[in-house]
Ligand binder design. Structure first.
Ligand code: BGP
Length: 460
């Protein structure tokens, strides 16, 4: 691997910080939604808000070169009038400084889903006003941290956020409305372009990208019908983020299709111009699994409710009416949470992205969830080690085949709050003992990954 390859781990503010009502933080839409529905929430999460120094110390000791984390908008800007919260601003200075002092490269996500409730109240991402609010946030964080941070991403997984919140409706704001899904998706991609423009205009030294929930597309056979279904699925899962962010163009065949049924009049010519002129320097790919596609065979749309737990073991299917169907190979291996384990998908997916776009790639999330008893001194997470080993091997093979991959981040640094699945869904290299004041206990995988980082991947 290249000399300065960024070996790291990743978190997101809402999922790890806790301190939800401390330091002047205002509620996010997740606080409101989880509190109102009396669901397990991130009020405490991994207590990173108080224990970040210990976490960064563990990263250093664990050989990490970089830490991917996100900035909580509700900590930074308090209201619609744009009032800045100095305590929140200072908190991220502290995290960034602690990283830099310990030789850890901060890799910062501006938005990882915790939209302030005051913005949700005016329509959330379906409102053009939120794009302006995001621009104000971008200006603030670039001027505060821009001299210290080299790696920026505008959004974490716009597709996953929008589909879960506006189409499937199992994440806040809990809506099921295709028109709103289209609007929210578009405004996020517009906000991405606007933030890139702000960043470039400030002449800062770093790079800026976007993080996508990547579903590399595989077909059940080589027929023409399957190839057409694969193209539709690629538009649905990937292209409207990746083509828009990298090439500055929404996929025209997708727009044409949507235009037949939905109202696209909210899109202004200037928006398309902004997207065309402001594209990313690199792409962040979060990889958990591939999408296996076959042609649409009839019936109404059926979506898979993500995070509904483990049961189907690959027997369910997704139908997107008149577009495609997604199926799972029942002979594959699945995690306890019903995600297919398919490292080859990462290898092929990286090469697909490399061939199509040719810009630097960071694998910004990859990991596996399990149920674990953390009352023991050191969790023996062999399954995780095997999973990570096979996925890192896939990246190394992709690099050998010519792809420009510059970093890899395991999800997650420590156990944290998993959206809607709470804290029993453990992804961390470091266990959090919620029964013992969020005590940190490195797992076997932590010590294994230390060797990977220190040998720059040679030990795989
Ligand atoms: C990604 C998100 C992360 C994280 C991860 C695991 O989509 O960017 O925030 O949650 O998936 O997903 P989950 O916690 O739902 O299992």
């Amino acid at each position: 691997m290249r000399e300065n390859f960024l070996w790291g781990t990743a978190t997101a503010s809402y999922q790890c910080e806790g301190g939800w009502d401390e330091g002047g933080r205002v509620p996010s839409l997740w606080d409101t939604y989880l509190h109102n529905n009396q669901l397990e929430n991130g009020n405490v999460a991994s207590d990173h808000y108080h224990q970040y120094k210990e976490d960064i110390r563990l990263m250093k000791e664990g050989g990490h070169k970089s830490y991917r984390f996100s900035l909580a908008w509700p900590r930074l800007i308090k209201n619609l009038e744009g009032e800045i919260n100095p305590e929140g601003v200072q908190f991220y200075h502290n995290i960034i400084d602690e990283c830099l002092t310990n030789g850890i490269e901060p890799f910062v996500t501006i938005f990882h889903w915790d939209l302030p409730q005051y913005l949700e109240d005016i329509g959330g991402w379906t409102s053009r006003r939120v794009v302006t609010a995001y621009e104000e946030l971008a200006k603030l964080v670039f001027s505060e941290y821009g001299e210290k941070v080299t790696y920026w991403t505008t959004f974490n997984e716009p597709r996953y956020y929008v589909f879960s919140g506006y189409k499937i409706g199992n994440y806040p704001p809990g809506v099921n409305d295709t028109q709103k899904t289209i609007e929210a998706s578009f405004y996020m991609m517009l906000a991405n372009a606007k933030a890139i423009k702000i960043y470039k205009d400030m002449n800062l030294k770093g790079e800026i990208g976007i993080v996508h929930s990547y579903a590399p597309i595989f077909g059940v056979d080589d027929s023409l019908e399957t190839k057409i279904a694969m193209r539709n699925a690629d538009n649905y899962f990937n292209n409207w983020i990746l083509d828009t962010a990298i090439k500055g163009e929404l996929p025209i065949d997708m727009l044409t299709r949507l235009n037949d049924k939905y109202d696209l009049s909210f899109i202004q010519t200037q928006d398309l111009q902004d997207m065309k002129e402001n594209t990313v320097d690199f792409i962040g790919l979060n990889y958990y699994a591939r999408a296996l596609i076959r042609p649409y065979s009839g019936g109404e749309t059926v979506l898979r409710i993500n995070n509904s737990g483990s049961s189907a073991k690959g027997t369910s299917k997704v139908v997107v009416k008149n577009w495609f169907e997604q199926v799972w190979d029942p002979n594959s291996e699945f995690t306890e949470w019903d995600t297919e384990i398919f490292p080859q998908g990462l290898y092929e997916g990286i090469l697909m992205a490399h061939k199509k776009y040719g810009i630097p790639i960071y694998v910004t999330e990859n990991g596996v969830a399990d149920y674990e008893d953390v009352s023991v001194e050191q969790v023996n997470d062999e399954k995780r080690i095997a999973f990570l080993n096979d996925h890192i091997d896939a990246i190394i093979r992709a690099v050998e085949a010519g792809a420009d991959v510059r970093g890899y981040y395991i999800w997650s640094t420590m156990d944290l709050y998993s959206w809607k699945n709470g804290c029993e869904k453990r992804y961390g290299l470091v266990a959090i003992d919620w029964e013992d004041n969020c005590k940190r206990k490195p797992k076997n995988s932590y010590y294994w990954y230390k060797k990977v980082c220190e040998s720059n991947g040679e030990m795989i």
